[in-house]
Design a protein around this ligand. Structure first.
Ligand code: AMP
Length: 151
């Protein structure tokens, strides 16, 4: 496990992002640009290549299902934990640890399985499901296309 801190001064609310894939990296870059305090955890060190050269937060290489990794990233002082690995079970586990063990006020997790999304939303964890979001958006675009054809 390796904790690496870049130079930029950090301030304000602390956000932890689990998974430095396309979504995690994009979010980490955006928060860093806003000068927010941010840390991103990924089990694959190469994933951090997606971060901008200007990224000023922390990076931590390690498996997020290992609680010592979460502790190393100081999960206990996070205001927000966003779990966006490509594995629903990992995201659920991290979200539950963040919510139930560390009482983090904002916990968001990505779930690929729409049926699980409904269940975890009921447990007070904010969830995003790419399948549901994409279906809604495609439906909206189809409705728009139909409307334009009628006019
Ligand atoms: P993507 O599919 O582009 O959203 O990327 C998902 C990221 O999650 C990848 O960079 C994976 O290495 C990372 N990942 C998957 N499982 C874990 C885990 N248990 N702990 C930390 N990172 C993970």
């Amino acid at each position: 496990m390796e904790l690496f801190k870049k130079g930029k001064k950090e301030s304000g609310a602390y956000t932890m992002i689990i998974g430095c894939g396309r979504l995690g990296a994009s979010l980490a870059n955006a928060l860093s640009d806003q000068e927010a305090s941010v840390a991103v955890v990924d089990k694959d060190e190469r994933a951090f290549r997606k971060l901008d050269a200007s990224y000023g937060g922390l990076t931590l290489t390690g498996d997020a299902t290992d609680i010592t990794v979460l502790r190393s990233a100081e999960i206990e002082r996070a205001d927000t934990v966003v779990s966006v690995t490509n594995d629903d079970n990992t995201n659920i586990m991290v979200a539950q640890i963040a919510r139930n063990v560390y009482h983090i006020p904002n916990v968001i997790c990505r779930l690929y399985d729409p049926e699980r999304e409904i269940v975890y939303r009921e447990f007070g964890i904010d969830t995003i499901c790419p399948t549901v979001l994409s279906t809604r958006e495609i439906d909206r675009l189809l409705g728009k296309a139909k409307g334009e054809k009628k006019a």
